[in-house]
Design a protein around this ligand. Structure first.
Ligand SMILES: Cc1cc2nc3c(=O)[nH]c(=O)nc-3n(C[C@H](O)[C@H](O)[C@H](O)COP(=O)(O)OP(=O)(O)OC[C@H]3O[C@@H](n4cnc5c(N)ncnc54)[C@H](O)[C@@H]3O)c2cc1C
Ligand code: FES
Length: 276
């Protein structure tokens, strides 16, 4: 079974998970994800591949502890094994030499945009990275992002890192400052939809990495159905990247809440078992 090499809390509620997975490390490309199951009784969840080491054969994901499965992942320690760690899944992101690219991310997306920014930089683009944090102490991977970005802008809502603007306003400012040829956004659905709305008037191509609920991650169950440009797509095999101006965001918000009551019940039951 795949072995955990490292599980580390980066900032409150956000953890790094590094797993030995040589086959995935050898093949993965920016924008792809893994399906991971923390224990034999659990569910499989998708996590974006945030980094990899082909020599050591390891794959890194960064996740936010939001419910039962991510809380179970947060308890893993180096040396533990996970029954399922499958990938790389999804289509790789389209990386090209396009000019100036704005990579925007929030919460787990701060890590998920790192391989994208690195690949766009390596392809000869000018790369601006914009990260959204609720407060300055929730910022992580600053050094890693600075090492691949021509410019790093931190949008922190507590004002302590210099700015209290929310991300869409930053996006509009950056668009107003000079030519941007591509925007890439990764993070929660709210962050991605609001960035897509901010760029819509300019028509700048805006790619978002959608995160609908996934079950198998291989195109067979239909759980990850999304509507893009009026057509049905399955995010696990047709995405997760899509044109943010063509996504039916209302449907995505609604479908993500489909199992809300069950998720709450599951979390309460797990907490009661753990902390009787
Ligand atoms: C392609 C893709 C990549 C993702 N990458 C990351 C990542 O790198 N880091 C990260 O923290 N999160 C990522 N997510 C979201 C992550 O999968 C969910 O947060 C996780 O499944 C929640 O499980 P839970 O049991 O802890 O929480 P739950 O209580 O089950 O759910 C909490 C929230 O997560 C959503 N969710 C629940 N189950 C799933 C599921 N199987 N698939 C997708 N969303 C679900 C629900 O809409 C709900 O709002 C990604 C999602 C997708 C589709
Ligand atoms: S997760 Fe089952 S079809 Fe995409």
């Amino acid at each position: 079974m795949p072995r955990v090499v490292r599980r580390e809390r980066l900032v409150p509620n956000i953890h790094l998970l590094e797993v030995e997975a040589p086959e995935i490390a050898r093949k993965c490309r920016p924008g792809q994800f893994v399906m991971v199951m923390p224990d034999a009784r659990g569910e499989r969840i998708p996590l974006t591949i945030a980094d990899w080491d082909r020599d050591r054969g390891t794959v890194v994901s960064v996740f936010m502890a939001v419910g039962t499965t991510t809380r179970k992942l947060a308890l893993l320690e180096a040396g533990d094994t996970v029954p399922i760690f499958a990938g790389p899944l999804g289509l790789p992101s389209e990386i090209g030499s396009v000019g100036t690219v704005l990579c925007a991310g929030g919460c787990f997306g701060i890590a998920a945009i790192h391989p994208l920014a690195r690949a766009f930089k390596a392809a000869g683009n000018r790369v601006i990275v914009l990260v959204d944090v609720k407060a300055h102490y929730l910022l992580y991977w600053r050094d890693k992002l600075e090492s691949v970005a021509d410019e790093l802008i931190v949008s922190s809502r507590d004002g302590l890192t210099g700015d209290t603007d929310y991300v869409p306003r930053h996006v509009r400012d950056i668009l107003g400052r000079g030519r941007i040829d591509r925007v890439v956004a990764v993070g929660c659905t709210y962050l991605m939809s609001s960035i897509a709305e901010a760029t819509r008037p300019s028509g700048v191509k805006t790619v978002v990495s959608l995160n609908p609920i996934m079950v198998d991650g291989t195109g067979m169950c239909g759980a990850c159905r999304v509507t893009v440009d009026g057509r049905t797509k399955f995010a696990c095999v047709d995405g997760p990247d899509f044109d943010g101006h063509l996504v039916d965001w209302v449907e995505l918000y609604a479908r993500r809440r489909s199992y809300f009551d069950d998720e709450i019940r599951s979390l309460c039951a797990w907490e009661e078992e753990r902390f009787p």
